[in-house]
Ligand binder design. Structure first.
Ligand code: C5P
Length: 229
């Protein structure tokens, strides 16, 4: 599988998104559309970006009863997105039904379906005291990834540092927490350069501010591609 750089479009609305995309000139990279933008602009923006030739990772992290997730995934697949995701915490049956919905609703290529294991914002304390999970974060991530595999999913979202474990399970890893050398870590705790992510076996890197907040986003994007792909 080819390695790809995904740009996290963490913008408030369509206008700021298109202003940013103009800076990329003729490049047509993968774009990650998350809740912030999707809940403002909806499916119309996804269709518009697909029509312009961008590949889309629709990051909505579904987590509901299996039947609801099944029907929602059918609709998501009909948008022609390339990657989408669910929370592995919804369980194996929910993930199976997500995959079924995606397969049935797909137009053309089937999108990749990946699972969020534990959010990187969940600390060991929160896991134990609020989610009441006794196993360690690492064990939980591994078991949730195995569940995703049992459900027929393609991979997981994880830190590049966890990519080797995910690869050993035969799953694709989509890894945020990426910074070009010299950039600020901002609120990310465990960061990696595109080159290190490649070395660790990541399949897709998700890069936000290192590209979107760069003085020259096109140059920063090309730098990520040169290092990672
Ligand atoms: O700007 P930055 O490169 O930190 O953006 C990373 C993107 O990846 C954001 O959209 C963030 O929500 C997302 N993400 C993350 N860590 C996860 C899952 C998603 O940073 N575990």
């Amino acid at each position: 599988m080819n390695r790809e750089v995904i740009i996290a479009c963490d913008f408030q609305n369509k206008e700021t998104t298109f202003e940013f995309l103009e800076k990329l000139k003729d490049e047509k990279p993968y774009l990650k559309i998350g809740m912030e933008l999707y809940y403002r602009e909806g499916a119309g923006l996804v269709r518009e970006l697909k029509a312009k030739g961008f590949k889309i990772f629709l990051d909505l992290k579904l987590h509901d009863i299996p039947n609801t997730v099944y029907k929602a995934m059918k609709n998501i697949a009909s948008l022609g997105v390339d990657i989408t995701n669910v929370h592995a915490g919804g369980g194996i049956e929910m993930m199976r039904m997500a995959k079924k919905g995606l397969d049935e609703g797909a137009v053309g290529n089937k999108p990749l379906l990946i699972a969020v294991t534990q959010l990187t914002s969940t600390s060991a304390e929160v896991l134990k005291n609020e989610l009441l999970i006794e196993k360690s974060l690492e064990q939980t991530v591994k078991i949730y990834a195995e569940n995703a595999k049992k459900a027929g999913l393609d991979g997981v979202v994880c830190s590049p540092l966890e990519a080797p474990i995910i690869k050993a399970l035969g799953l694709i890893s989509v890894t945020p927490g990426i910074r070009l050398a010299g950039d600020s870590a901002n609120d990310q705790k465990r960061i990696s350069t595109p080159a290190l992510a490649k070395e660790l076996g990541s399949n897709f890197i998700v890069v936000g501010r290192s590209i979107t907040a760069a003085e020259n986003p096109l140059e920063a994007y090309r730098k990520c591609v040169a290092e990672f792909c």
